[in-house]
Design a protein around this ligand. Sequence first.
Ligand SMILES: Cc1cc2nc3c(=O)[nH]c(=O)nc-3n(C[C@H](O)[C@H](O)[C@H](O)COP(=O)(O)OP(=O)(O)OC[C@H]3O[C@@H](n4cnc5c(N)ncnc54)[C@H](O)[C@@H]3O)c2cc1C
Length: 407
Amino acid sequence: MQNTDVTIVGGGSAGLTLALLLAKQQLRVVLVEKGPAPAAITGSAPEYNRVSALNMASRRLFSQLGIWPELVAAAAAYTDMQVWEADSFASISFSAADQQLDALGYICDNEQLRQLLYCQLQQHPKVQCYFNMAISQLKQGEREVMLQLDNNNLILSQLLVGADGVNSYVRQHMQLPLTHWDYQHTAIVAKIRCTTPHQLTARQVFLSSGPLALLPLPEANLCSIVWSADTAEAQRLMALDDSAFNQALCAAAQAVLGPVSLESSRNAINLTMRYANCWQRGRVVLVADAAHSIHPLAGQGMNLGLMDVAALAQLIDQQHTAGEDIAEARMLRRYERWRKAEAQTMIVAMETFKRGFTAKSPLIKLLRGVGLAAANRLPVLKKQLMAHALGLQGDLPQRVKNNTADQ
Ligand SMILES: Cc1cc2nc3c(=O)[nH]c(=O)nc-3n(C[C@H](O)[C@H](O)[C@H](O)COP(=O)(O)OP(=O)(O)OC[C@H]3O[C@@H](n4cnc5c(N)ncnc54)[C@H](O)[C@@H]3O)c2cc1C
């Protein structure tokens, strides 16, 4: 039997970040992950098979955790962003220089992020990680939560955090109700080589079947794509051979990067909005994708989840410092209210974007074109839109408000 302060189920970006935050707050942490430990990066650079656009708020968090210099060294810091509609005049562009910033965001390799977090965690003797480990039982009492692992280990903790992603076992086991709807989009993810250098510009073109994002990677002619399309169209694209897919992609991107060719296999991911109606019960609480998942069209899902864990760690720290119960019901409800408000705002924004850009009515198309053209010429409005994208709006966790971490 093992006693600990916090057990975290799930070792994705959210679970590992939370473990590191809590370890730095001198708490004992056990992390249980059903998959393997993050793979060490063997070559000179990560594979970039799955990447995320991290915003300024996430950068601040990782700066404080000490992993930013290594993460950014292998990331593409994009300085410009272009968004346009394929068959109309609607377009908008953003530039870091206009906002007096050095970058608008950073395209980072997901596995490298996990690896850097795990590396730091290993320096904390109060943290124990179990990888390739299944859970056989989860029970909660009044004073503790009991987790039984497949190897028969029993872990008793004051608080258990479900950071186990979209199909969260913890959420289901605790019977926390879920609202969900199918976006009726499938995202095709791949790495591509383009003929024209991307010039550190993140591009997104809205096609009638859904958005196609072209995200720059550190090498000047490499991009990562997230091509979200109606499921039938995505199936058709997945069935094409590489050469036909390359042509379809070049046409969809309006040859903005010239002829392109696949540099990796294609991965298809069904997109579903999920929102847990209740994020905590007793001594169990949900964070990140276990609590909410959104359309990737604005690249905000991971950023949102990282702010959940920063918020939760902040509240736990306050309780711990005051010598109070770190799973106090009032504190967990406060966390839930705080982060639900942010998640709801994001869910509504994604739905508005998706509906707004896929509506085919000529009137909405006209309004879209006029609206974007106007927004593109209004520096004040652009600044506000940018502040949202940078993640610096809303009720931020304390450590992220502090902008001295921007180095
Ligand atoms: C196509 C696509 C593109 C995206 N692009 C962006 C982007 O550009 N920017 C951005 O901010 N976000 C992006 N996102 C969202 C982002 O990928 C997720 O929000 C983020 O990865 C969620 O992290 P997480 O740790 O909550 O979940 P996950 O990364 O899913 O981690 C959950 C972990 O829990 C483990 N687990 C599951 N069940 C169990 C169990 N029973 N026991 C133990 N462990 C378990 C899993 O193995 C996994 O390691 C994108 C999403 C998609 C689909």
